[in-house]
Design a binder for this molecule. Structure first.
Ligand SMILES: C[S@@+](CC[C@H](N)C(=O)[O-])C[C@H]1O[C@@H](n2cnc3c(N)ncnc32)[C@H](O)[C@@H]1O
Length: 303
């Protein structure tokens, strides 16, 4: 692996990163070890139930609760991060974005840091000199900020990465109160975010539309979510109305096919919680792009 991420000597694999964060933050969950483990095990169970029924019941987990955040990081961050990295590796257009010297990224609904870990994993595996990265993480839950900074701390990130955490709560009338720079982003991610805001109806679709509207010509969008037409169908419809072109699309079973990803790195936690981190999912994915405009104002797909 490249020296640029390596001052901890750890390779940038999703399960290793998450293991480090869990080890560093486990003691922050209140109560003695027995109760703490019971609370986390219950939270993993409840979050899984919530996600199973979310298309019917609406809202996702309450991430203001530190136990829920810990449970989410354990159960979902490794696989979601891996799938972001995989999606980039499937798309030449997405890979091309990272050939620039400087890349601006926006991770929408990226509070826990999974999207950015996935991007860093892609760069780590690609090798060579990484670009300087400026990343905006936008999310409605302010408390993920701690999780993200714990992640960043465990990664011992290079100075060439700078991040900004912006609170945008979809559904609040002042969601756009904090200024963002999405219109400057070269690449944007929406990983398992749309399914979480869909229950809000119009405000959710207005928000997604506003993000697509802001994308600059040539900017690339990475989309991963549950395979449900309620989510990807609506995203496709909005994308079409905002003139985005689909570069890659698919749906179906996804797993972590990467022999360098060792889910048993989390075995000390799976023994405690009686449940393993998620490794599979029924997923839909897209890579889309805002077309470039030619000098005559005509749309051109060429970069
Ligand atoms: C399933 S998590 C996905 C996180 C990350 N992108 C991933 O793939 O692991 C959904 C994210 O949406 C955020 N979220 C939920 N409701 C929201 C809202 N109304 N406005 C903004 N963010 C929201 C949550 O805080 C959470 O970070």
């Amino acid at each position: 692996m490249d020296a640029w991420l390596g001052s901890l000597g750890m390779s940038l694999k999703c399960f290793s990163v998450v293991k480090k964060v869990l080890e560093d933050t486990y003691s922050e969950i209140p109560d003695d070890e027995g109760n703490r483990d019971r609370m986390i095990a219950l939270a993993i169970e409840q979050i899984s139930e919530t996600y199973l029924n979310m298309s019917k019941t609406g809202a996702g987990p309450d991430f203001r609760d530190p136990v829920n955040r810990f449970a989410y990081v354990y159960a979902y961050v490794p696989v979601h991060a891996h799938w972001v990295s995989e999606l980039i590796s499937w798309s030449q257009d997405a890979k091309d974005v990272f050939e620039k010297d400087k890349v601006r990224i926006a991770c929408i609904g990226g509070g826990p840091g999974s999207d950015l870990v996935g991007i860093l994993k892609y760069l780590d595996e690609r090798g060579g000199r990484p670009p300087s990265i400026f990343c905006e993480i936008a999310d409605g839950c302010e408390l993920w900020k701690h999780t993200w900074s714990d992640l960043a701390f465990s990664l011992d990130l290079p100075v060439r990465l700078s991040t900004d955490y912006i609170i945008q709560r979809v559904g609040d009338t002042d969601a756009w109160r904090h200024p963002v720079q999405f219109e400057k982003s070269d690449i944007l991610s929406m990983s398992f975010f749309v399914s979480e805001i869909a229950h809000l109806g119009e405000p959710a679709w207005d928000y997604v539309g506003a993000v697509f509207e802001k994308m600059k010509p040539g900017a690339v969008l990475l989309f991963n979510d549950n395979q449900n037409a309620m989510y990807y169908g609506k995203v496709d419809e909005i994308a079409r109305s905002k003139g985005l072109e689909v570069l890659l699309e698919g749906k179906g079973d996804r797993r972590v096919y990467d022999r360098n990803e060792k889910s048993d790195e989390l075995s000390e936690f799976s023994k405690k919680f009686g449940r393993k981190s998620k490794l599979t999912g029924d997923v839909s994915w897209r890579v889309m792009r805002k077309p470039l405009m030619g000098a005559d104002g005509a749309v051109s797909a060429d970069p």
